[in-house]
Write a protein that binds this ligand. Structure first.
Ligand code: HEM
Length: 494
């Protein structure tokens, strides 16, 4: 087929190097890529193209363009780039999020959609309520360790929903999942490892000087193996003994045909899906919950307003819960603003175009990698005026409603995050109950002044705030009583 038959121009972008082939490699940022890509957008426009070692990549910095390319043309834009470092060397092929858009992927996706559609996701609210109530108690007793408590809570929620597994202190499965996830996200940054650009490198043994990635890869591979086998073996045993609690795993085992007509294949898909579930679910929810805490230190007036709403609608005698959702518009707006203000996956997960395409007169050849700069899109001041401020009010303006941040933060088209309903449920409950019970405030520094922690985030495919100090104190006696009473009324076991 003739390439670019009409000789159209490619989308604009920063000028490539004069050295043939290397393209824009020298321009590629090594951290916080989304900020550089956002600045490029201001110079070159909402759709730009770069080229690195012969690989073309489009970077999208606008909601409209992302919708038109990644949602409306999802049928030709849902493939993933080959990521040899992660997929082959670290053996993350089990992760449907990284699989090419083919019939195998579609089976994995179907299992996930079945397990986490809106109705199924709401069916796990009792898990979120229980673990969240236990979190409030921990924060009452030991608020300084909030980061650690939150991590354990999100891990506990995911393990229970995914596998029906109650985590223990220093839990082995949590350790495996966290270590594997960390290895994966740091390797999956666009261009983090040269091997993704030069796939031939994957055949170089690890003792060759400069081939450090081989060592990283072999550690990653061992973790991936543990992640796929150990928790699954535990869950299978429970299932076979008839002791399995309701979970994503059990739902799929009971209805395995949704994954495949063939039992052997269905089991394989279920094993992969449960491993993916806790590899993708815990860290992402944790990151958004931490962003909320950080935002409260930046926008104390928001916290006051939210607490007024909670006092008026819910009152001092009980915790807010899911049935209050509709009556709490300001809390709902905070959840939206949390998803917009800082992004859990700032550059999304890259898509890959499967057929030549033309957009607004520009040529986009098949094989181009499409990166939606979700951070940049969420900070487009044409769409979200005063984008760096944490201002939930923007979602309450009936005349001028901006796009819903959950249509940005969770990605696009046929690849949109299948865990989004579950994630939003967790984040909502966390935000509503934290604001009902606690004042989240700045600590006072040695100079007697309040410290506002900077908005500093880790680099990598998934991003979260760097550790920051904050003070978490019960709002009043009633809040302490409500927490204690709620914990006491929890059933002893699931
Ligand atoms: C605040 C929390 C979360 C955020 C912001 C988030 C965001 C995302 C994004 C941006 C993508 C890529 C979509 C695309 O390619 O355009 C994605 C994919 C995915 N997410 Fe999430 N996610 C979150 C929580 C979860 C949870 C709780 C689960 C599991 C229950 C989950 C499972 C997945 C899976 C399996 C994929 C791959 C989908 C595919 O390639 O078809 N995520 N997520």
């Amino acid at each position: 087929r003739p390439k670019n038959p009409l000789n159209l121009s490619y989308p604009p972008g920063p000028k490539p190097s004069a050295i043939p082939f290397v393209g824009n490699i020298a321009d590629m940022p090594s951290s916080q890529e989304w900020k550089t890509f956002y600045e490029w957008g201001l110079v070159h426009g909402p759709l730009l193209m770069i080229q690195v070692m012969g690989q073309r990549m489009c970077i999208i910095n606008s909601y409209k363009v992302a919708n038109e390319l990644l949602n409306d043309r999802s049928a030709i834009c849902s493939d993933r780039p080959a990521m040899p470092m992660v997929n082959d060397l670290m053996d993350w092929k089990f992760n449907m999020g990284l699989q090419p858009y083919d019939s195998n992927y579609k089976k994995h996706r179907r299992a996930f959609q079945h397990g986490f559609n809106r109705r199924e996701s709401n069916g796990y609210q009792h898990v979120q309520i229980r673990e969240n109530t236990l979190l409030l108690e921990k924060l009452l007793n030991d608020p300084k360790k909030y980061g650690q408590h939150l991590r354990i809570t999100t891990g506990a929620i995911i393990m229970m929903i995914g596998l029906g597994y109650p985590i223990k202190e220093n839990d082995e499965f949590v350790r495996i999942a966290e270590a594997a996830q960390l290895a994966m996200v740091s390797a999956a940054r666009p261009g983090a490892y040269l091997v993704d650009l030069l796939p031939i490198l994957k055949y170089i043994p690890s003792w060759v000087p400069g081939a450090a990635f081989q060592k990283v890869a072999s550690q990653g591979r061992a973790l991936s193996e543990e992640l796929q086998t150990k928790p699954f073996a535990w869950a299978m045993k429970q299932f076979e003994e008839g002791n399995a609690l309701p979970s994503f795993f059990k739902e799929l085992m009971d209805n395995w045909e949704v994954a495949s007509e063939d039992l052997g294949e269905a089991r394989h898909i279920i094993r992969c899906a449960t491993a993916v579930m806790y590899a993708t679910g815990a860290d992402t929810i944790l990151s958004s919950a931490l962003t909320f805490m950080l935002a409260m230190l930046h926008a104390p007036e928001v916290q006051k307003k939210a607490q007024e709403e909670l006092d008026r609608v819910v009152g001092p005698d009980r915790l807010p819960t899911y049935t209050d959702q509709e009556a709490l518009p300001y809390i709902n707006a905070i959840v939206k603003e949390t998803l917009r203000w800082e992004l859990v996956i700032p550059l999304g997960v890259p898509h890959r175009v499967m057929e030549d395409d033309v957009y607004e007169g520009y040529f986009i050849p098949a094989g181009t990698i499409m990166i939606a700069n979700q951070w940049g899109i969420s900070h487009d001041e044409q769409v979200f005026p005063d984008p760096f401020a944490f201002r939930p009010e923007r979602f309450l303006d009936k005349e001028n409603t901006p796009p819903e941040p959950n249509t940005i933060a969770f990605g696009w088209g046929r690849r949109i995050c299948p865990g989004r309903f579950l994630a939003e449920n967790s984040l909502w409950l966390h935000i509503a109950t934290m604001l009902a019970c606690f004042d989240i405030s700045r600590v006072v520094g040695p100079d007697g002044k309040e410290v506002i922690p900077p908005r500093e985030y880790t680099s990598g495919m998934a991003s979260r705030p760097l550790p920051f100090k904050c003070s978490i104190t019960p709002r009043n006696k009633a809040a302490v009583e409500v927490i204690k009473h709620s914990v006491a009324s929890l059933p002893e076991l699931y």
